[in-house]
Design a protein around this ligand. Structure first.
Ligand code: NDP
Length: 460
């Protein structure tokens, strides 16, 4: 914790004493509160907003029973955190992963409030999910799980109330099953989920949006130093939705992606992951649901490194010999806390110019500090990965007016939104004395809109 003003420090202490076992949530709250000192100094009345914002408006927890293919009953836990609706309906993804718990969903929901505010669209913040692991499950098991999950969630969501989307473990297949069950139970066809298939209300570019938006943001950030993606070598972690489309946009802009990973390990391809190899990865991950290790068996001269068994480690960032990854840009796109301080230092030693978070909070606070003190351009996920939720907002708009926009139309709106988020975070940081610090810029800019609307409506 940096030098927080006393009133803010009290809020943080209360968060810890109220829920002492929620470390990820504490981390997310601390990172935001650290930036708000100058804002509270200028507007002391905003402290009441801060006090209320750290408590979700509502948390729903429920049982999700489902039978596996052997006829055995499994019981998972479902949760929806409806964090803040002062600027629009709750909006945020659903995560299906064994690590899911209330701390992780509260951290994600809290981040989402600021991210959604930054998009400039009328979207509140929420997050949900389950400790269900779709990995290794048959299609029928995933369908039965999704139907059971929605048989409770449906009564708590709605097109003007709460609009969930995908996240880790929830892609097009899961959204389809969830939407089908909602439609049957609610007996209406509305835009209640985003990330839907194109044949039933989805938006073009939604699958690409987070990865594309991330690279648009990083491009803007590089441009402030007169640099670009042209010829830059780029490390990407993960090989899911965000990673795949970040890789595609890096290629569009003339960069050279050299790594990808999954929770089993990572590949390093010094000759670069080109379009043909990327399309092979998409097929491996999206259709065959295989492991990234197979890339090293398919292509020549690839290094593959198996991950160590500890949870939440992504050994890509330490490399197998603990030497610096020689890359110009790093795009962590897997999961929270995957880059620690030592790994950040390795990236710095390797000459990294810019780090942009595709995942939510993939860099620990110490890693962020390391980048900032070493003059590395650093984009926090709540700004740089906001393209996904922004395009979900565009999907909601299309559903409301019962129209579909073209690929070019959606992509250009997405690009415009990312350019605006970059400008807004850059200028806000400048205005409040945090020049060049996108973390502070994003926290403050995201906060101001929510604070103004909360006060205008009376804190509820
Ligand atoms: P996917 O499930 O499509 O992909 C996640 C990738 O990260 C997979 O390659 C997965 O490997 C890897 N991964 C997950 N957990 C771990 C772990 N503990 N250690 C190492 N690797 C891991 O998810 P998305 O691409 O959608 O999401 C990735 C990140 O981006 C998340 O932080 C998410 O919250 C964030 N995000 C996503 C958005 C979206 O629109 N999808 C929007 C904004 C943020 P494996 O398959 O082996 O599990």
């Amino acid at each position: 914790m940096k030098k927080m003003d006393n009133s803010i420090k009290n809020v943080y202490d209360n968060v810890i004493s109220r829920d002492p076992n929620q470390p990820e949530f504490h981390q997310a709250v601390e990172e935001v509160l650290d930036s708000l000192g100058p804002v509270i100094e200028a507007n002391p009345e905003y402290i009441d907003v801060v006090k209320s914002m750290v408590e979700p408006e509502r948390v729903i927890q429920f049982r999700v029973p489902w039978y596996d293919d052997e006829g055995v009953l499994n019981v998972n836990r479902g949760i929806r955190v409806q964090f803040n609706s002062s600027i629009g309906p709750y909006k945020g993804g659903l995560r299906f992963h064994p690590s899911v718990n209330l701390s992780i969903l509260k951290f994600l929901g809290f981040e989402q409030v600021f991210k959604n505010s930054l998009t400039g669209l009328p979207l509140g913040g929420g997050k949900g999910g389950s400790d269900f692991d779709p990995k290794g499950k048959s299609d029928s098991e995933v369908r039965r799980f999704c139907q059971s999950f929605m048989s409770e969630l449906w009564r708590h969501i709605g097109a003007d109330l709460d609009v969930p989307a995908g996240d880790i473990g929830v892609g097009g297949r899961e959204i389809g099953y969830l939407f089908g069950m909602y439609r049957k139970l609610a007996n209406e066809f509305t835009g209640v989920l985003t990330g839907k298939g194109l044949s039933y209300g989805g938006s073009l570019i939604r699958p690409e949006a987070t990865g594309y938006g991330l690279v648009y943001f990083a491009r803007e950030m590089l441009a402030t130093k007169g640099k670009s993606f042209e010829g830059a070598s780029v490390a990407i972690s993960g090989s899911g939705n965000v990673a795949q489309y970040a890789c595609e946009k890096v290629l569009d802009l003339g960069g050279k992606p050299v790594t990808m990973s999954d929770s089993s390990g990572f590949i390093y391809d010094s000759s670069g992951i080109d379009r043909e190899k990327l399309s092979w990865i998409k097929d491996l991950k999206n259709n065959r649901r295989g492991r990234i290790k197979e890339y090293a068996e398919k292509f020549e001269n690839i290094d593959y490194t198996e991950s160590k068994p500890e949870p939440n480690t992504n050994d890509l960032w330490a490399t197998k010999v603990d030497v610096a990854l020689p890359v110009d840009v790093a795009l962590p796109c897997a999961t929270q806390n995957e880059i620690n301080a030592a790994e950040a230092q390795l990236l710095v030693d390797g000459g990294v110019t810019a780090v942009a978070e595709g995942a939510n909070m993939p860099c620990t606070p110490e890693a962020v500090e390391c980048f900032l003190t070493n003059g590395v351009l650093f984009a926090p996920g709540k700004a740089s990965n906001a393209g996904g939720v922004a395009t979900s907002g565009l999907e909601m708009s299309q559903n409301s007016i019962r129209m579909n926009w073209s690929r070019e139309e959606v992509d250009s709106k997405l690009e415009g939104i990312m350019i605006n988020i970059h400008k807004n975070t850059f200028e806000t940081a400048e205005k409040y004395g945090f020049s060049g610090n996108y973390v502070a810029g994003a926290n403050i800019a995201g906060f101001l809109k929510v604070a103004e609307s909360s006060l205008s409506q009376g804190i509820l």
